[in-house]
Ligand binder design. Sequence first.
Ligand code: LMR
Length: 365
Amino acid sequence: MRRETETGSEHLVYDNKFEGEKRMFRKKPILAISSLLILTLSLVGCGGKPAATTEKEVKPIIVKFAHVVTPDTPKGQAALKFKELAEQKTNGKVIVEVYPSSQLYGDKEELEAAQSGNVQIIAPSVTKLVGLNPKFQYTDLPFLFPNNEAVYKFFASDEMKGLMNSLDKYNLQGLAVWPNGFKQFTNNKRPLVTPEDFKGLKFRTQAGKVLEAQFKALGAGSATIAFGETYAALQQGTVDGQENTYNNIDTQKYQEIQKYLTVSNHGRLDYMIIVNKDFWSGLAPDIRKALDDSMAEATKFSVEQAELLDKKSMDNLKKSGKIQFTELTPAQLGVFQETMKPVYAQFESVLSKELIDAAIKAGKK
Ligand code: LMR
């Protein structure tokens, strides 16, 4: 918006000139009237509507980028970085308006809005793409990736390219994958040390059957709730707990309404950056290149931010003293892995053996 005003600069300069004329008019009326006349005549001489022509020439391309988290998250920061770079590299020909915190669209609406072109860029967590391609639920297989490096390797794989390409038929294009981090369990009832502790509890999930099955394997219930509605659902006791990254827990302030956190690193939360395909392919080649370059740089930045903010938020949560941390021993973690393992066989036909194997391979040295 700020830049939108700036980019109307030609138009504003014209107005300001006019303001200047008005100011002059007060001081030196005759001179002011004559210069106004000269200005008017010269404009008429040029054949018509100067302001409109000038405005048309400088009218920027508006790119709306909507997401659901706060600005102080890896996604929030990388979206702002993309804005900065895109506007810089296109010399203001493109203005990126970033709408955080579900301000423009929430989980339920953003995909449709991107398909119809009401928003140009969105960045949903990959699991929220389950309705377009159920294979995106690979990310929810319990304990699939041992560390960040394995995840990044998978992002660069042919399988990930295939997943991105599968969006084409929905008039969507996957541009990049941005990481957030590993998920931890939180709840309001008791410390979760063994799978037994999950019995009878209900957890919020982002989307999809894999997450439902994961909680079922632990003896817990689950409910899919939009991110923007999760705080209220936890506060009101609609659900007892949830799973998320340190940074989302911290920036959503779940520590105010959740008493226990188990360090489990059992699942991933990462994002697919998606554009409306018609919009993207309709851009002039130089603009498109500038935006592609900006996206590549913002993607590198997102990796740095994810690692930095994950650690920072973990420290914040610990320091807050509001949420009790449970660290599991390798043996205790092993019990969770065994309990949740049947989810793999259950979803092999949906996800495909090739995809699961490629993800597992990314974790091997
Ligand atoms: C969630 O719904 O928990 C996350 O996908 C939110 C996000 O975008 O990080």
